[in-house]
Design a binder for this molecule. Structure first.
Ligand SMILES: NC(=O)c1ccc[n+]([C@@H]2O[C@H](COP(=O)([O-])OP(=O)(O)OC[C@H]3O[C@@H](n4cnc5c(N)ncnc54)[C@H](OP(=O)(O)O)[C@@H]3O)[C@@H](O)[C@H]2O)c1
Length: 290
């Protein structure tokens, strides 16, 4: 049995589709099974929450492989970014060890560091440490920015593009190697079949693009090319914090999310690790049909 967390997300839904198509027995740790869509009838469901580590024990019964994708880039009512990404991963690893899990695949992020300016990348770095300190056969996967046509970010941009100009937080100079969610999912499947996987894989797309270039491409793909206006980060920070104070968890964007767009996520080896798993990542323009 394979336990998949984050199965309702961008990467998780692509991974899950492939697992069920290959008839792999899967259990999904989810907060709300309805969000699994049609896949929910093809998997076992373990109701759980990253903010509720005791729920992990039940989910891990009889599991030999864990693919831990669930993560949060904003605080939730039941847990902070640090709790949901750092502490929850540490508790998940402990529970996996106790349950006799063999392989633990953990999704971190490129540029995760205990010294990063963002809370999310600091929490991911601590989570990586917890995974690597375990006795499990562990694999850390660190992707650059992951995208798919119609994903949450593209939807948000399309909404912003109802106006004639689209705001970009800060300089927009942070650099990424965007990788398509389907390519990431193919890499995960390959990894599961790998007899002796490495400890760490960095998943990057074939081009280095800055945030401004990515935003421009996504707006063209959405059929709404717009002029971009760079807004200084102190103004973005104040505006988003005020929005969060009023709208709470319904805020369309948070400062923690915007700040992530200031941090470059570029791999030292480009597409090498993806290629080692038999995946030749597609360029963004091809995926977006541009
Ligand atoms: N997307 C990127 O650009 C990117 C870049 C680098 C690294 N990563 C990492 O790659 C992994 C997959 O990313 P993604 O883009 O697929 O994420 P995503 O689309 O944001 O999905 C997040 C997943 O985590 C689940 N989740 C959130 N809070 C939870 C909680 N409290 N309890 C249980 N589940 C919870 C969500 O479930 P609900 O349906 O219940 O919300 C969803 O399935 C993550 O670890 C992420 O940090 C992503």
């Amino acid at each position: 049995m394979l336990l998949l967390t984050g199965a309702t997300g961008l990467v998780g839904s692509a991974v899950l589709r492939r697992l069920t198509a290959a008839h792999v027995p899967v259990r999904c740790l989810v907060r709300d099974p309805r969000r699994l869509g049609p896949e929910r009838v093809r998997v076992q469901i373990a109701l759980g929450d990253l903010a509720d580590p005791p729920s992990f024990r039940n989910a891990l019964r009889g599991v030999s492989t864990v693919v831990h994708l669930a993560a949060a880039i904003r605080d939730q009512p039941r847990g902070s970014i640090e709790e949901l990404n750092g502490i929850a991963t540490w508790r998940m690893v402990q529970a996996a060890e106790a349950a006799g899990v063999r392989r633990f695949v953990f999704f971190s992020a490129l540029s995760a560091s205990a010294h990063d300016r963002t809370r999310f990348l600091r929490a991911k770095a601590l989570a990586e440490q917890a995974v690597l300190a375990s006795d499990l056969e562990r694999v850390v996967v660190a992707p650059s920015i992951v995208y798919a046509p119609g994903d949450v970010f593209m939807t948000l941009l399309s909404r912003l593009a109802l106006a004639p100009i689209v705001p970009v937080s800060g300089s927009g100079n942070a650099r990424y190697e965007p990788i398509w969610a389907e390519d990431v999912a193919r890499a995960v499947i390959a990894l599961l079949d790998e007899p002796a996987p490495r400890e760490r894989y960095e998943l990057a797309g074939p081009e280095i693009l800055d945030y401004t270039q990515i935003t421009t491409l996504l707006l063209r793909a959405a059929g709404r090319p717009r002029r971009l206006v760079h807004v200084p980060t102190p103004i973005v920070s104040r505006a988003l914090r005020a929005t969060e104070a009023i709208l709470k968890s319904k805020a369309p964007a948070t400062w923690d999310e915007a700040e992530l767009m200031e941090v470059s996520m570029v791999s030292a080896n480009g597409t090498a690790d993806a290629l080692a798993l038999g995946v030749d990542p597609a360029p963004m323009s091809r995926v977006l049909n541009l």
